[in-house]
Design a protein. Structure first.
Length: 577
């Protein structure tokens, strides 16, 4: 007899046979040997083997990514749900583009971000009771061991996100997800998204405005913008909008939007009228970027609602105001509906595309030479294609008087990094072919209309008088307050050899407000606006400290679209932006 263990089973002699690596019970019974297979029990839960995300965090992830997670065994598809697999974005806080320090959270892409997940959230994910904030599309490969996660819409760009697969995800035997220690636990990886358009054309509704109401059912044009250029040579480009009732309208005849760089905006024409009092969502858009990628799902705001009636009436052209500002004819409108505005004067033409409210034309001495007035025409077109025109006549502005110097207010720093108001400055440039005298000019932090009304009402000219110095052609002058210190603090210093003019006290009344103030440079005799800044940009945030605002070009009129924050993120007193 061998030395296998013997057991007594209901009076029969039996022995247990133990082959290597496996238990098998065999019982010798009256002329036969019966072997019993032990039950197969999976006592280990699934664990993550690998993923398309790195072990710490992955940066520059597309805004519409597909994330793969590979498991050690097949999963129970019924446990893979939005309540057990979650993607959440970190909460955004204060700016940190100048320093990576944050009172709370971590600095990501210039903004402090804080992890929004609490222990209670993780427990809900483990129990399959989490309420998702980002809708996900979840799928398993045929053998159920690879999970593919994709957001239903594009993620917020330049933002940290966390992907969590909870312990509520189980294998086909009911084993929960486990960590490296073999205990049930969630799996998590962080990612940081890249810019808009990183996954392909990302459509943004421009006209009508996103989530707007009141568009005419007989809308003549619809515009969509993209963060990166799309191909404009495809004649088959189209898109559709679908109403809540299922009415689909196709838009064709794609063409570049006027005033946009090629490929960044497309205008489409509807093939039929829309239904009144209906909400339309962007259904699809058939465009490709220069890399051949198709468009991503439209944002949730890509919808608009039509008005109850068709628009057959032309806009009221008398609602357009036309006046001089600097040496420009400026037409501004305040319509309750989006309109396109055109101003024609002295053989020149300027337009304000739909959504903008001002169109301006700068005139030269030749345009007004020997004329006591200047005539022109404005053209207004609404979203339904209705058109109205109006003629106008303006007396020639005193700014064209040959005795008035031609200088342009080109750069303004109202929110310096250094001491305030001491380190504030204003930059003037002589745009004439001859030397320009600053004598007789004044600078004040008030709107020109207020200044003109006050002086014409008998008040003394406000502001600070500029010294009687000559500025050569293309010469630059920096106006500063009495306490300005060259090279103080972290602000950009004036360029070497720059002409600095110190005022008696500060710029404006006790300095300029951080968020900006209107500025007027004007002549007293004759009373005329020479140059101005109408406080087009808010510079009050901490992220804008030390950054000036500059005119887009020296011949640009003082309207909102002519000003921008300094492209270098700093300032260039006495130099070229």
């Amino acid at each position: 007899m061998d030395d296998a263990p013997r057991v007594q089973v209901r009076g029969f002699a039996a022995r247990m046979v133990l082959p290597p690596g496996r238990w098998r019970g065999c019982i010798a019974m009256v002329g036969s040997l019966a072997c019993l297979e032990p039950p197969s029990v999976d006592v280990e839960g699934p664990h993550v083997v690998s993923s398309s995300l790195s072990r710490t965090r992955t940066v520059e992830v597309e805004v519409w990514p597909t994330i793969e997670v590979r498991f050690s065994e097949a999963l129970d598809a019924a446990t893979v749900r939005p309540e057990t697999v979650a993607l959440v974005s970190w909460e955004l806080g204060a700016a940190c583009d100048r320093t990576p320090l944050c009172e709370r959270g971590r600095c990501e892409r210039g903004t402090c971000s804080e992890d929004p997940l609490t222990r209670a959230d993780l427990a809900r994910i483990a129990d399959g009771k989490f309420e998702p904030t980002i809708p996900l599309e979840l799928g398993l490969d045929p053998d159920a061991s690879v999970l593919r996660v994709r957001p239903a819409r594009t993620l917020r760009p330049f933002t940290r996100h966390a992907l969590i697969v909870g312990a509520g995800v189980r294998d086909r035997h009911g084993g929960p997800l486990v960590g490296d220690d073999g205990l049930a636990s969630a799996w998590r990886r962080d990612l940081v998204t890249g810019k808009r358009g990183s996954s392909g054309p990302d459509p943004q509704l421009v006209l009508p405005e996103p989530a707007s109401t009141g568009s005419p059912p007989n809308l003549q044009e619809l515009r969509v913008a993209f963060p990166l250029p799309v191909r404009i040579d495809d004649p088959e480009m189209s898109m559709s909008f679908v109403s809540a009732l299922g009415h689909e309208v196709r838009f064709e005849r794609a063409r570049p939007c006027p005033g946009w760089a090629p490929g960044f905006c497309l205008a489409f024409t509807p093939t039929q009228d829309l239904m009144p009092a209906s909400t339309y969502h962007l259904g699809h858009i058939d465009v490709h970027d220069v890399w051949g990628r198709g468009s991503v799902p439209p944002p949730a705001t890509a919808w608009f609602r039509t008005s109850e009636t068709f628009d057959r009436d032309a806009p009221d052209a008398t609602l357009v105001d036309v006046r001089w500002r600097e040496r420009c004819v400026v037409a501004s409108q305040r319509f309750s509906e989006p309109v396109a505005l055109v101003v024609e004067v002295a053989g020149r033409r300027a337009s304000a595309d739909t959504g903008n409210t001002v169109a301006a034309v700068r005139l030269s001495d030749r345009d007004v030479a020997g004329r006591s007035s200047v005539g022109g025409r404005i053209i207004v077109t609404d979203a339904a294609g209705n058109l109205a025109t109006r003629e106008f006549e303006l007396p020639t502005d005193p700014a064209f008087d040959p005795e008035v110097s031609r200088v342009v207010l080109n750069e303004v720093l109202a929110n310096p990094l250094g001491a305030e108001p001491g380190q504030e400055f204003v930059e003037l440039v002589n745009v004439d072919d001859e030397p320009a005298s600053l004598g007789g000019l004044r600078v004040v932090d008030r709107e020109w209309s207020d200044v003109a009304q006050a002086v014409q009402g008998g008040e003394s000219p406000p502001g600070d008088a500029l010294p009687d110095i000559d500025v050569p052609p293309n010469g630059i002058v920096i106006l500063v307050g009495a306490s300005f210190v060259v090279g103080a603090g972290d602000d950009a210093p004036p360029v070497a050899g720059a002409t600095i003019v110190r005022l008696a006290s500060s710029l404006g009344d006790s300095g300029l407000k951080n968020d900006g103030e209107p500025l007027s440079v004007f002549a007293v005799d004759p009373l005329a606006l020479v140059s101005s800044y109408a406080n087009a940009l808010d510079t009050g945030s901490t992220t804008h400290a030390g950054r000036s605002v500059v005119r887009a070009s020296l011949d640009a009129c003082d309207v909102r679209t002519s000003w921008r924050s300094h492209p270098s993120g700093s300032a260039t007193p006495g130099g070229v932006p």
